[in-house]
Design a binder for this molecule. Structure first.
Ligand code: ATP
Ligand code: MG
Length: 211
């Protein structure tokens, strides 16, 4: 049995065409069913539905043989996983955003300490350290946009796609940190034990990636 870990929502939706290209269709719609384990048209392949941030944990510890996770999630998780493919799905960017009335460029130039709220503390620490900017990082688990509006922080590091959430909260994107997409991650032990079927699956995904 091959177990693929996916999260509900955009990663699941964007993975369906890749699965289909590999000749695999899921037998249940996760938005309609409450099942957490979904069978597929391939009797030896099943999908487990987990939180996006839990995908690397499942794959690293063998709860799943492979999974699809955002680069943002993988950077916070750390190593321990084989990452053979950029699937080019669930694309967005990780950026710094502030209130429109906060002069980010001046704060950076003056070497001021900037209070930054984010879910992505590893990526943010590394980015600001490389830039030589002093930051106090404040770890949040959601609704980052609220932090500058309430005075909790001067800036946030968050994912942006269209920018409409930032605009709705009167925030402006002041610097892009990196482009984000989702990656296929594989458990290294599974790759040894189930080499043939996993290789075939990885190759099928690879041929189906859209530029
Ligand atoms: P939850 O919404 O359950 O709290 P989550 O925010 O981690 O968890 P999703 O919103 O499904 O889960 O995001 C999954 C992945 O999709 C993220 O890790 C990121 O790589 C990518 N992503 C997040 N936001 C966007 C976006 N606005 N546009 C495109 N891709 C995104
Ligand atoms: Mg989300």
């Amino acid at each position: 049995m091959i177990t693929l870990a996916l999260s509900k929502g955009r990663i699941f939706d964007d993975s369906l065409p890749l699965l289909k290209a590999a000749g695999i269709e899921v037998l249940e719609d996760p938005e309609k069913s409450r099942k957490l384990i979904i069978g597929t048209t391939r009797p030896d392949v099943r999908v487990v539905l987990v939180r996006a941030t839990d995908v690397p944990t499942y794959v690293e510890h063998g709860g799943a043989d492979l999974g699809v996770a955002g680069l943002d999630v993988l950077l916070e998780h750390g190593g321990g996983l084989y990452r053979p493919l950029d699937l080019n799905i669930a694309k967005c960017r990780m950026s710094v955003a502030t209130r429109a009335d906060f002069d980010y460029a001046a704060a950076v130039k003056q070497g001021s300490r900037i209070r930054v709220a984010t879910k992505y503390t590893h990526a943010a620490r590394e980015f600001f350290a490389t830039k030589g900017v002093h930051v106090d990082l404040i770890k949040l688990y959601g609704s980052m946009e609220l932090a500058p509006l309430t005075g909790l922080a001067d800036a946030i590091v968050d994912l942006v796609s269209t920018g409409s959430t930032l605009r709705a909260n009167h925030l402006v994107e002041v610097e892009k940190i990196m482009d984000i997409s989702s990656r296929l991650v594989v458990n290294p032990a599974s790759l040894k034990l189930k080499r043939e079927p996993l290789r075939a699956l990885i190759d099928a995904f690879e041929s189906a990636i859209q530029p």
